[in-house]
Write a protein that binds this ligand. Structure first.
Ligand SMILES: [Zn+2]
Length: 455
């Protein structure tokens, strides 16, 4: 009977996996993977310019110095990203996703700007955080694109163009009422005065194949396959082992015990499947949401376990000496066969006892788990010890742990004890204001404001 359940379980996982497989190449996940592959200049060199192909090596240090000086003074974070290609992604979507992935701008202030320049698409995008949409509205970004980016980039003056873009952004942020002429009319050099050398050969740090279709060309990583295989094997081994055990040991109680002792197989199997999913996601660089689908699987396994245990518990027992069928006593009658502590456990709900009696007079007491929250008493050893109260001696503060006392009393023998425990200190409110010494951007977000243009 329960072998059917294992088949149902297997079927469930096959359906489950075939369902989440194609999720790996949904375009939203691919975009997240692609932006995650762009080198983060804060993390790698504590600078503000990501230029993996050296396309603006002529002016990169100057641009970085300008942005750094402004950030020190105002806290505004400006990221400049020059990429030879982003494959087939749309620059605007890429810019918004990269902005939010890096969290450009200070947390809570959202005072970040991201300039994305995609060379092969001849495209510039200026992405602004929510906090700058007042000082740097889309129209100002549009002026900067039209008056600076396009003329400079058309002439191949990428370094000078980016320098002037950064300068104009800073002017605009500092002067909310700046006119178009103030913002864009003061270039130090004319477009075409300095032309950058071509970028170095550049390959996408992610391949479209690896983001693509698992059904056809991209195999799962070895880790995924091994984990998935061993996970499913362990899940199926559980009912198989318990079936084999039943052939040798027909006593339901013995089977029950065996079934419970082998439950680690399910935990290990489930863990291996989670590892497989994570490894698979890792390879596809997709986000890890699909792991959430493990929970319905866990629910089904728990239900299988509960039903199996209930069936074994209810299965008629045979007198081991005479082979006669035994009878299970009801809750009122079984008290006569139980110790006072066991009756107390049963009344509390901490444990549940079944008493089976044979016509010959032989009887057996079986113990089952009840509610949580009861501990074994150190004096009488019944599971009748429970927490009756907590007293806070020292409340925790933001920089120190607190102290509390838990009181326990045994409902059977009256034993009482008090246990001290420390309370974790309160989470301090993070101070992410002006300090930018960290390994990344400050934590800002963008809603998609800004402007873009092609040259
Ligand atoms: Zn006790």
């Amino acid at each position: 009977m329960y072998l059917h359940r294992s088949k149902a379980l297997l079927l469930f996982f096959v359906i489950f996996l075939s369902w989440i497989w194609p999720a790996g190449h949904a375009s939203a996940l691919d975009l997240a993977s692609a932006v995650a592959a762009v080198p983060n200049p804060r993390a790698e060199s504590r600078t503000w310019v990501a230029d993996p192909a050296n396309a603006i090596r002529l002016g990169r240090d100057e641009i970085n110095g300008l942005i750094q000086a402004h950030e020190t003074q105002s806290g505004v974070e400006i990221a400049v990203v020059v990429l030879p290609t982003i494959g087939e992604f749309i620059p605007k979507e890429f810019a918004t996703a990269l902005f939010n992935h890096w969290a450009v701008g200070k947390k809570g202030q959202d005072n970040g700007v991201l300039v994305l320049h995609v060379l092969d698409q001849r495209r510039i995008e200026i992405e602004t955080g929510y906090g700058l949409e007042g000082n740097l509205p889309d129209v100002k970004c549009h002026w900067i694109v039209e008056d600076i980016a396009i003329p400079f980039f058309k002439q191949g003056s990428f370094s000078d163009g980016h320098y002037e873009i950064a300068r104009a952004l800073i002017t605009g942020i500092g002067n909310p009422d700046a006119e178009r002429q103030t913002l864009t009319g003061h270039s130090a050099r004319a477009p075409g005065t300095r032309v950058d050398s071509p970028p170095e050969p550049y390959e996408l740090p992610y391949s479209h194949a690896s983001l693509g279709d698992f059904h056809s060309d991209s195999p799962l990583s070895a880790l995924s396959i091994i984990s998935l295989g061993s996970g499913l094997f362990m899940l199926l081994l559980w009912p198989v082992l318990s079936h084999r055990h039943r052939l040798v040991h027909p006593d339901p109680l013995d089977q029950l015990d065996h079934f419970r002792k082998r439950a680690w197989l399910v935990k290990a199997g489930a863990a291996a499947i989670v590892v497989a999913l994570l490894a698979w996601e890792w390879q596809s660089l997709a986000s890890q949401w699909s792991v959430l689908f493990v929970f319905p699987g866990g629910f089904l396994v728990r239900r299988y376990r509960a039903r199996r245990l209930a069936r074994l518990r209810d299965q008629p027992r045979l007198d081991p000496n005479t082979g006669e069928a035994m009878r299970r006593l009801n809750e009122a009658d079984d008290d006569a066969y139980l110790l006072a502590g066991q009756v107390c456990e049963e009344n509390l709900g901490a444990k549940d006892y079944d008493v089976w009696v044979s016509p010959s007079g032989f009887y057996r007491v079986e113990q089952y788990d009840g509610a949580h929250g009861f501990e074994a008493c150190e004096k009488c050893s019944f599971h009748t010890l429970r927490k009756i109260g907590t007293r806070i001696i020292d409340p925790p503060t933001t920089n120190a742990q607190g102290l509390a006392e838990d009181s326990f009393t045994c409902a059977h023998c009256g034993y009482a004890k008090v246990v001290k425990r420390s309370l974790p200190s309160l989470a301090s409110s993070s101070s992410d204001g002006s300090s930018s010494g960290g390994e990344s951007f400050g934590g800002g977000s963008s809603g998609g404001g800004g402007a873009g243009g092609s040259y």
